[in-house]
Ligand binder design. Structure first.
Ligand code: PLP
Length: 345
């Protein structure tokens, strides 16, 4: 099977499993796990923040960031296709009691004037605008990169309005690899940044929230509240450390693979795709409207290719380091074959 559904589908390599086996562990709820502590220190330093908190998932990391930077009935401004708005089961409403103010965008880049216009004036009728979130790279917009100069402009608005600023950087590593901008520079404008180990980096579990000591202390309490306090978590932290130390340089290859497939697929008359829009490891394309997306997905699966049909004839493929180079032409051939057959039906 060629699995292009997500970069979350990787399995630990032999070397990573060795690092897991060798991990020195302790009870992390007591702060006693040396591997977790090392991972947290390493990540905080990589992103230039005071401290980091190891959590089970990117969703929990985002939710802790919201919980420590808002009060009930506050409002959070974010992109309408962001993971926080789209895929986190309304957790901000449930956990933090906040209202989300989504802004529709082309590529995950909210219009500066629209952000300004979305900030509430002081009035008893209105919620308090507390937090702005940015997702980098942007998942539902096809792995697009959010430029640093844009982020700095949003930061000015954040400062002027005494708000807080969060980055969902589940794939910040991809933005860094593609632009050459360091994780530290990308993280600098934000109060909190969430990064994931279990996407392009290939660790089995885990994300980190990085921020000031004060917010991370508060975040640790929220992690407990959410049931995310883990005991001998060094077992998985060791995999995360291994991933950060060894797999970061591999990320750019995933971008090359996505671009290569885009070129091959753009030859098909049944596919709508702008190959110049592929910025990182994701590729979204539309198949001919006459073809059922579900049937397309199933037929690809029958031929050994896993991908995701997202509705409206939109299809997503995502590259990771366990996709071998020779699989790209295989994937392209399967997709074209299936489309040709379904078109004739
Ligand atoms: C941009 C983004 N943020 C957050 C998450 C959540 O990560 P997790 O699945 O670890 O909760 C994802 C998951 O794919 C994501 O794509």
């Amino acid at each position: 099977m060629i699995d292009l559904r997500s970069d979350t589908v990787t399995v630990p390599t032999k070397e990573m499993r060795q690092a897991i086996a060798n991990a020195v562990v302790g009870d992390d709820v007591f702060g006693d796990d040396p591997s977790v502590n090392e991972l947290q220190e390493f990540t905080a330093s990589l992103l230039g923040k005071e401290e980091a908190l190891f959590v089970p998932s990117g969703t929990m990391s985002n939710q802790i960031a919201i919980a420590v930077q808002t009060k009930r009935a506050d409002e959070v401004i974010l992109d309408a296709d962001s993971h926080i708005f789209y895929y986190e089961a309304a957790a901000p409403a449930v956990i933090s009691g906040v209202q989300l103010r989504p802004i529709k965008t082309e590529k995950g880049i909210m219009d500066i004037n629209e952000i300004k216009n979305s900030i509430r004036v002081l009035d008893d009728h209105f919620p308090h605008s507390a937090l702005i979130c940015i997702e980098n790279t942007h998942n539902r917009h096809g792995g697009t990169i959010i430029p640093l100069d844009y982020i700095r402009k949003v930061k000015e608005i954040v400062i002027q309005n005494k708000m807080s600023f969060h980055c969902d950087g589940a794939r910040l590593w991809n933005a860094c690899a593609a632009t050459g901008i360091s994780p530290k520079e990308y993280a600098e404008p934000f109060d909190t940044v969430s990064v994931c180990l279990s996407k392009g980096l290939g660790a089995p579990v885990g994300s980190l929230l990085v921020s000031s000591r004060e917010l991370i202390n508060e975040g640790r309490r929220k992690r407990k509240l959410m049931g995310g306090g883990m005991r001998q978590a060094g077992i998985i932290a060791a995999a995360g450390l291994f991933a950060l130390k060894n797999n970061l340089p591999l990320i750019n290859y995933d971008h090359q693979k996505a671009k290569e497939l885009a070129v091959l697929l753009s030859e098909s008359e049944f596919i709508k795709l702008d190959k110049n829009k592929v910025e990182t490891n994701m590729l979204y394309f539309d198949i001919d409207k006459k073809i059922s997306g579900d049937e397309f997905e199933q037929e690809c699966r029958n031929k050994g290719l896993l991908l995701l049909h997202l509705g409206n004839n939109s299809v997503r493929v995502v590259f990771h380091f366990q996709v071998e180079k020779n699989m790209i032409s295989d994937a392209s051939n399967i997709i074209k074959d299936v489309l040709n057959n379904l078109e004739k039906k």
